[in-house]
Design a protein around this ligand. Structure first.
Ligand code: MG
Length: 161
């Protein structure tokens, strides 16, 4: 029987004006973006945590501490690729990803497929193995007030060795 493991990841970043918003390695906006040590790619951070979670290998903060200057302003695509290298070294391969972004503005739908393609390419997955949804918070809470962005992700790993 195949050995599958599911993992869940969650991340939140504070948003401020005149910053670049990058999601899944794709530039979305230069008007509003995250306060972050890295590029603040909340989507990739949630995905990395889902992958680490599926392998029971801790979390992104443990593997890539924000106190480490090597990760200052780094593209989170590099973090995703390093995450995959680490779980592969433990005998796992990534099967699929499903994620949801919660954000009031800008709209994600026009960028959705470009983001999926970026993640699929970086993770060496077929496009149909990378799903992305987006929703607003209906004006409620810090996301609704435009002060933050949230991402949730699940990832499925398969034991290969
Ligand atoms: Mg983060």
């Amino acid at each position: 029987m195949s050995d599958f493991r599911i993992g869940y990841g969650y991340d939140v970043h504070k948003l401020i004006e005149d910053k670049t918003l990058v999601l899944g390695g794709v530039k979305i906006s230069e008007e509003i973006g995250p306060v972050a040590h890295s590029d603040g790619d909340v989507l990739l951070h949630a995905i990395c945590d889902a992958i680490f979670g599926a392998a029971a290998m801790g979390d992104i903060g443990e593997h890539f501490p924000n106190t480490d200057d090597r990760y200052m302003d780094i593209s989170s695509i590099v973090l995703l690729q390093e995450t995959l290298r680490l779980v592969q070294a433990h005998g796992f391969s990534l099967v699929n990803i499903d994620a949801t972004i919660v954000l009031e503005r800008p709209k994600i739908l026009p960028h959705r497929d470009e983001i999926r393609e970026s993640i699929a390419k970086s993770a060496l997955l077929p496009l149909e193995h990378v799903s992305l949804k987006a929703t607003t918070s209906e004006g409620l809470g810090f996301v609704g007030e435009g002060r933050g962005i949230v991402a949730h992700a699940v990832a499925l790993l398969q034991r290969t060795t």
